[in-house]
Ligand binder design. Structure first.
Ligand code: FES
Ligand SMILES: [Fe+2]
Length: 409
């Protein structure tokens, strides 16, 4: 993991904080309002972004044991994730190769799946194990009728899959080294405490809210934002961005202490990992990771956002992951309270506002929306969405080969 890169970012944030400055984008950027409301564009985004690029489909701790599986539907593609016997993850098209019936629903633990239609059986590594009444059925090559596999990659305690079985875009290339930084959280050994799914507005309207601190003291003034600083500096690895407050202080919150550490007085080697990963880490095109404490224990909310069926709809699964499982009732209660609070903030403040905003944009009477010089995250996000929506498959390979090389410099 690039410890030095984390230190460098922290030092840059501290220097800006001490000087009362921030990094600005070059100019105010305008995005056509139709980018949020155009139905044809929305369908193109689902195809070109969500069905073609690697997506973070699950934290590893959602499938910790061999046999664990999860079925999900992403933009019309039925996906089955399994933790195989050898500990690796398999990502499959969740469709029986007989006539396409989805093999699994929800989540659970199973070493094999029997199709509920005619009874064909598959191993959780995708192999076709048995054709029901195979003599009656007739001869087929079983090896040619395994479950269709999607490219999959597990790193930093997170699992990515590409919902195009023919994709040759290397998932590690796509991440541009960002997973190396994310590994500072140590999610490989964390636990999934709780999860839930919320309905939200258009996926980009919803995602915009994860990419700016500008709104925190205003929209969230009644919950947590009143004392929050509204500035963020941005760090980018390809389309993936971290945002964090330029400040010389690290706010450390735990059951024992609640104090501000002046980082100008702390040596590099004494800065803890939890301070080094402060802020929000987004993974293009649909993930946001932020640290929290529940019951005095370290946790993070991983928000995973997907477009819904209509242009004005999205849904977000919030995973509340914890470094250590709370082991007594009081801590469990406090962790639930923290997580419930985050649901309220996102549902009743961010997404409620996003839905109103989307309805108003649908009037068509505002032609453009603005992203200020202090909102570089949104600027960069929309530029990448446009670029990747319009890129050919060959362009994609070139774009990420280039980004990876840049990030490595
Ligand atoms: S569709 Fe699965 S066994 Fe027939
Ligand atoms: Fe917000």
């Amino acid at each position: 993991m690039s410890h030095q890169e984390l230190i460098n970012m922290t030092r840059s944030l501290v220097a800006h904080g001490a000087a009362g400055t921030m990094e600005y984008a070059d100019e105010v950027v305008r995005v056509p309002a139709a980018a949020y409301t155009d139905e044809a564009l929305f369908e193109r985004e689902k195809k070109q972004i969500f069905r073609r690029l690697p997506l973070m489909v699950a934290p590893s701790c959602e499938l910790p044991n061999p046999g664990d599986y999860k079925a999900m539907d992403i933009c019309g593609v039925p996906l089955l994730l399994t933790r195989q016997k050898n500990g690796t993850i398999g990502a499959f098209l969740n469709m029986c190769t007989h006539r396409g019936n989805p093999l699994a629903d929800g989540c659970g633990n199973a070493s094999r799946f029997t199709c509920g239609y005619h009874g064909w059986t598959f191993k959780n590594d995708g192999d076709l194990l048995g054709v029901a009444d195979s003599k009656d059925f007739g001869k087929i090559d079983k090896a040619a009728h395994c479950l269709k596999r999607f490219p999959v990659f597990e790193s930093a305690g997170l699992i990515w899959a590409t919902l195009d079985p023919d994709s040759i875009l290397d998932i590690a290339d796509y991440l541009c080294g960002y997973d190396d930084l994310l590994s500072a959280f140590g999610f490989e050994s964390w636990h999934l405490f709780s999860q839930r799914t919320l309905a939200g507005p258009n996926w980009k309207t919803a995602y915009d809210g994860y990419l700016d601190f500008y709104h925190l003291p205003v929209l969230h003034k009644d919950t947590f934002g009143a004392d929050f600083y509204n500035r963020a500096n941005y760090f980018a690895w390809g389309p993936h961005q971290r945002l964090s407050t330029p400040s010389k202080y690290a706010v450390k919150v735990s059951s024992e202490d609640d104090l501000q550490i002046d980082l100008t007085e702390v040596a590099d080697e004494d800065i803890s990992y939890e301070v080094l990963v402060q802020g929000v880490w987004t993974i293009f095109p649909h993930i946001s990771i932020a640290s929290f404490y529940g019951g005095g224990l370290r946790g993070a909310m991983i928000s995973q956002l997907f477009p819904g069926n209509k242009v004005g709809e999205s849904f977000t699964t919030q995973f509340y992951v914890m470094e250590n499982e709370p082991d007594d009732e009081e801590k469990i209660k406090a962790a639930h309270e923290q997580f419930d609070f985050l649901e309220i903030v996102v549902r009743d403040e961010d997404y409620k506002t996003g839905k109103r905003q989307h309805e108003a944009l649908q009037s068509g009477l505002l032609k453009e929306v603005l992203f200020g010089r202090n909102e570089r995250g949104g600027q960069v996000f929309h530029q990448w969405v446009e670029k990747l929506t319009n890129a050919s498959d060959d362009d994609l390979l070139e774009i990420f080969a280039h980004e990876k090389a840049e990030a490595a410099e």
